[in-house]
Write a new protein. Structure first.
Length: 126
């Protein structure tokens, strides 16, 4: 079974999102931390808990992932982040992920980047 972040990364990659430039697992490399010219997604594991107990043992793993989106500073005219996020969440739901929380948008006062955080979870049977 793939790590939860790898599962979500694989799904996101398969969607071929034209508005997303890079997906990072666990951390953004130092050389890209100050890059405001790309829209990037950071995936971090939030949960990996045994679940679906039966006969004294667990039959699954509850996997949780935090998805942070850092939009490029100068978004293209006509691009609607909320619409993109709704489509992303619908794709995640269709793939069996539960949207636990979709946090409000924030704007970095220094870089003017809009950010978004979404939490998802999925029960994986083993």
């Amino acid at each position: 079974m793939l790590l939860p972040v790898s599962q979500v990364a694989s799904l996101v990659d398969s969607l071929n999102l034209t508005w997303l430039d890079k997906v990072y697992l666990n951390e953004i490399p130092n050389e890209d931390l100050d890059n405001i010219d790309n829209t990037v997604m950071l995936l971090q594991e939030t949960d990996s808990t045994p679940s679906n107990y039966a006969n004294g043992t667990f039959k699954g793993i509850s996997a949780g992932v935090e998805m942070q989106i850092f939009y490029k500073a100068n978004l293209d005219d006509g691009f609607n982040p909320l619409e993109a996020e709704i489509n992303l969440m619908q794709s995640l739901k269709s793939a069996g992920w539960l949207i636990v929380s979709s946090q409000h948008h924030t704007t970095d006062p220094v870089t003017d980047q809009v950010t978004k955080t979404i939490y998802v979870t999925k029960d994986n049977l083993i």
